[in-house]
Each structure stands twice: as C-alpha cells, then as structure tokens.
Design a protein around this ligand. Structure first.
Ligand code: 6PG
Length: 472
C-alpha cells in the first residue's frame, strides 16, 4: 500500500512494538511500521504482513509520507537516549501539528523536557504509559497518555480501538497535561511492586503455616474469586502449581530469591519522598527487592545469626487474606494520594476516578478491587484518602484484628513481612491524632533552636533554652 493513508506509525518493532502494531491492524487500522534495523521490519512483514494492513517504511521520511496528517507516530523504543534520537530525527520529517507518542517506561522529567523540545517545532509530544506486557499489547493494554488535550482528541479513536475493554469502557484516558501519562504509569508500577511484595510475603506465611505448593495454589485460586480477584493473584496461583521442567517439585522453589528491578518502583518511591508523601508500602517493596539482591550479605548474616524461625501461631489462611486485602488498600490509598498531590503540584489535572477505571483491565495491577476505587472517586472526587470511603473504611475495620494478628505472628516467628507491617504502621500513624512527633520537635529545638508549636497556641513558633528548664 502507498500514499498518505496510514492511520498510525509505529517505530520500534521489538516485542511490545510489534504486538501493538498487530493490535492496531487487527482493529482495521493501517499501520506504518519502522525499525532502526531494516531487517527487523522485513522480518516483521514476513511474519505478520498478512494479518492486516501494514506499510513497511525503511526510513522516517517514508514513514512521514505514509501517514495521513496530522500524523500520529507511536514510539516503542527503549526508554532513555533512543527516544531522544528518534524524536529528533522525526522532528526533521514531521510537520507542525503532528504527534509523537512515547509508549515506553520513560522517566517523567525526560518527558517534560521532550514535550518542550518537540513543541519548539510545533510537534505534540505525548508520554504514554502502556501496561499489560506482550499479551496486553497484542490483545488490549491499559494505556495512560498525557500531553495536550488536543493531541488526546486526535489519538483517542485509535487508542480506544486498541485498548483493553472493561465494563466501564476502553482502558485508556487522558491522564493530564505534560508528563502526566508517564507519571501515572510510574505510580502504576510502584503499586505493582507493592502488590507483588505483599503477595510474596503472604505466600511465605502460607508456607510457614504448613501449606505445600498445591495447597498454596488452591488458596490463591480461592482468593482470586473474592475481593482479592486480580491478575497478580491469578498468576501467583498458576506459579504455585507449576512443576519444575527439570524435576518433580515446584519450579518456583528452584528460582534464586534475588529480585530484579528496572527502576520504575524506585522512581515512584523517590518522587514520593521528595514530595513528602508517605508511600510506606511501595518503599518497603523497593527496599525488599534491594535486600533480596544482597545475597552475599544475607548468606554471611545467616551464618552469623542463624536462620531459625519460631512457630507461626494464632493465624489461618483466612487471616492472611484479610491482611493482604487491608494492606493492599493502604498501598492504593498511598498511591492515589501521591497521584493527587503530584497532579496538584505539577498542574496535571489528573482525574483519579478515570485512572482507577483504566486500571480495571489490561494492566498488570488489574483487579476487581479497582472497580470500587473507581466508584469511590466517582462518588467523591475530593475524597482525602481512599481508605476513608465508607465502603473501604468498613472493609478495613472488619479486617484490622486479623491484620494485626498476622503481622504480630510473623514478627514473633522472625519472618520478615516488610510491606504488610509498613502498611499497618502507615495506617496506625494516620489513624492516631496524637503521635510521637512532639519528641522529635523537642529534640530539634534543643539541639538546633528549630522551634516548636505548643498545643495551647499552635500558631506561634516557640523556642526555649532547654538547659535552663527545671527538671521534674
Ligand atoms: C507493565 C509492567 C512493565 C514493567 C515490568 C518489569 O505495566 O506492563 O509494569 O512496564 O516493565 O513489570 O518491571 P520491573 O523490572 O521494574 O519489575
């Protein structure tokens, strides 16, 4: 096919890019495809060319020529320098009003910079989170575009056609101005880290309760039918039951317990800390991955201190389900708090109800729980904290005793549950109007004259000469 007929251009035909290209084509769209190495484009056309309407483009000029204006080009290239290189090259061949969409996991400050750089040439640069892995990209991912409202309007029909669909509609929405799309995806990934860590801790406690692999699979399968129903719980059940292809036992027991991370969870934690938003569950999850990677040190410490575990007492699998749900609710409360704060501070205008909605299908954290998060923010967009929604507050209150029992039992037995316990500490800190910070304020004033405020006159900063105070 020739001429300016293609609906969308796709640059970067790796696993995600080629799956997305095929997804767009499967919706009846004509896709102009390009890859830095032409052999990759040729191989793509040989393998998938018959599936739909594709235009193979050997360079960016050909890509621009194939696209109907205003041109919409989706980059699925490695985050970092490659995005800059492709964007600059595309700027040479595109025209004012055209759009370049970065669908990779780019860091949001880079996206802000690229938005400004592209705007100098009249190009709309859109940072867009894409979640769902290879299968999601092919069959329907959750997509989180930012950028200008005008570019969203132009992209909307194409993205809606390719997105996952849940009961509430296509899982794509405008996440806000500038880098809001990549910011939203970053927080999605932070929450993903939290969910994964909470599940891993719960798995460990099930094992400590004496559950074998098949029993763990059955527990997760059962949980997937209830309030915890989600992609991550579903795949965990599958993982629990998977046999080692090189032996008889479960494969998971043969996997080295050293977690990788590409960095998006860490970015989320860093941005939350810099913004002064407590994100205890995600921070604990990032730390847990980092600690897991210290295998040598763990071996040394295990030899020095011993690895004996106490018996786990007073809890059952139902308590773990309650604890996992309650801790997950805390994690989402923190994550949405971060999204709201960043939106206010960065002028994104992110709609939290919409974000929850587009996470109900297609993405890695998709869960039935998110339907209720959507409903909670739709009912009250100004909800100060998600856990204050009356339905969620009731859920939490009902599960609190079990959650405390679980954390206490794990701590007594010496089983680390950093995310379950950090989530509980976050909750106990937010629910207590009287905390321990007065001691900190006194210390700060004593050693650094940083002042404090009295409860009887909170408007006025006070400094006292502590050395001159009488002792009780
Ligand atoms: C998604 C995922 C994806 C992420 C991987 C690996 O939403 O599809 O979040 O974007 O890259 O899950 O992330 P880590 O290597 O950091 O675990």
């Amino acid at each position: 096919m020739t001429g300016t007929t293609a609906h969308i251009g796709l640059v970067g035909l790796g696993v995600m890019g080629s799956s997305l290209a095929r997804n767009f084509a499967s919706r009846g769209l004509t896709v102009a495809v390009n890859n830095y190495e032409n052999e990759v484009t040729t191989a793509f056309m040989a393998e998938y060319g018959d599936e739909g309407s594709f235009v193979a483009c050997s360079n960016y000029a050909a890509l621009a020529a194939a696209l109907a204006p205003p041109r919409r080009v989706l980059l699925m290239v490695t985050a970092g320098k490659p995005v800059d290189l492709v964007l600059r090259a595309l700027t040479e061949v595109l025209e004012p009003g055209d759009m370049v969409v970065d669908g990779g996991n780019s860091h949001f400050p880079d996206t802000d910079r690229r938005v400004a750089e592209a705007a100098a040439s009249g190009i709309h640069f859109v940072g867009m989170g894409v979640s769902g892995g290879e299968e999601g990209a092919l069959k329907g991912p959750s997509m989180m575009p930012g950028g200008t409202r005008a570019s969203w309007e132009a992209l909307k029909p194409l993205l809606e056609a390719a997105a996952a669909v849940s009961d509430s509609g296509p899982c794509v929405t405008w996440c806000g101005h500038g880098s809001a799309g990549h910011y939203t995806k970053m927080v999605h990934n932070g929450i993903e880290y939290g969910d994964m860590q909470l599940i891993a801790e719960t798995w460990t406690l099930l094992r400590a309760l004496g559950h074998g692999p098949a029993a763990i699979r059955d527990v997760f399968t059962g949980w997937n039918e209830g309030v915890l129903g989600s992609f991550l719980i579903e795949i965990t059940a599958r993982i629990a039951g998977a046999k080692d292809p090189q032996g008889d036992g479960p494969l998971v027991e043969q996997i080295l317990d050293v977690a990788g991370q590409k960095g998006t969870g860490r970015w989320t934690a860093i941005d939350a800390i810099m913004r002064g938003i407590p994100l205890s569950t995600v921070v604990a999850a990032v730390d847990a991955r980092a600690l897991s990677a210290r295998k040598e040190d763990r071996l040394t410490a295990a030899a020095a201190f011993g690895e004996e575990l106490g018996a786990i007492e007073g809890i059952a699998a139902d308590d773990l389900e309650a604890a996992l749900y309650a801790a997950k609710l805390m994690s989402y409360t923190q994550g949405f708090d971060l999204l709201r704060t960043a939106s206010r501070e960065r002028g994104y205008e992110t709609d939290l109800a919409e974000v929850a909605r587009i996470w109900t299908a297609g993405c890695i954290i998709r869960a039935t729980f998110l339907d209720r998060v959507h409903a909670a923010y739709a009912a009250d967009p100004d909800l100060p904290l998600l856990c204050l929604d009356p339905g969620f507050a009731a859920d939490l209150t009902a599960r609190l005793p079990a959650w405390r029992r679980v954390v206490a039992a794990a701590v007594s037995a010496g089983i680390p549950v950093p995310a379950l316990s950090a989530s509980l500490a976050w909750f106990d800190s937010i629910r207590l109007a009287e905390g321990s910070a007065r001691v900190i304020q006194a210390q700060r004033d004593l050693f650094g004259a940083h002042t404090f405020r009295r409860t009887d006159a909170p408007e006025t900063p006070v400094h006292v000469q502590w050395s001159e105070l009488e002792q009780l």
